[in-house]
Write a protein of this length. Structure first.
Length: 202
């Protein structure tokens, strides 16, 4: 998340089953759109990539509260520990997402909301980042094949400047890896990273 820094956030929601695209230019209406799509369904499965926090600014908190379960992935070790504690029934993974399996440097921001594995993003605001760590990274498709228990009804993707790379690394030919709905943040971090738009993947 990039609260306090945000210039523009485009949240792209792709509803495969309805062949519709919703674009929200705020950071507050995702849950309204999700409510319209899923209602009060109690038996869904989500994938939260760049999960950040089990409650605060979480696009899967309400779904989890309704009875959904899923996979939470974050490159920040302390963040994923919160999921292990608060969502013990989920699959919680300390991983980054990349185009291939590798070890990445993960840069930690002052308030943790803009932490990223993008060196370009880190170099654009060096005073914002206060530390780094090494983290294991896998392509999104590989994470899906190894760890998803079902096809996600909803996928949240928020990886601070690496959204295109993450989406491009998915196995779109595998039905289990093609969520019904995807929400991804698109803001100045993606511009700094010289990323293409999600439409060029989807």
């Amino acid at each position: 998340m990039t609260k306090g820094w945000l210039i523009t956030s485009l949240v792209l929601l792709i509803a495969q089953c309805q062949k519709q695209i919703f674009i929200d230019t705020t950071t507050d209406d995702e849950e309204m759109l999700m409510s319209n799509l899923f209602g009060d369904s109690e038996n869904g499965y989500y994938a939260d990539i760049g999960a950040y926090d089990p409650m605060y600014q979480s696009n899967t908190f309400n779904l989890h509260s309704q009875g959904w379960s899923g996979v939470n992935v974050d490159a920040n070790h302390s963040r994923i520990q919160k999921f292990i504690y608060q969502r013990a029934e989920d699959t919680n993974l300390h991983l980054a997402v990349a185009s291939s399996e590798k070890i990445l440097t993960f840069y930690e921001s002052v308030d943790d909301s803009a932490s990223t594995a993008s060196e370009k993003v880190r170099n654009s605001q060096p005073s914002t980042f206060v530390g780094s760590s090494q983290v294991h990274a896998l392509p999104l498709g590989e994470i899906c094949r190894r760890y998803f228990l079902a096809k996600p009804n909803f996928m949240n993707l928020d990886v601070e400047g690496l959204g295109y790379e993450a989406l491009a690394s998915n196995d779109w030919q595998n039905p289990k890896c093609y969520p019904e709905v995807i929400s991804t943040e698109w803001n100045w971090l993606n511009t700094v990273a010289n990323e293409n738009t999600p439409r060029q993947v989807l």
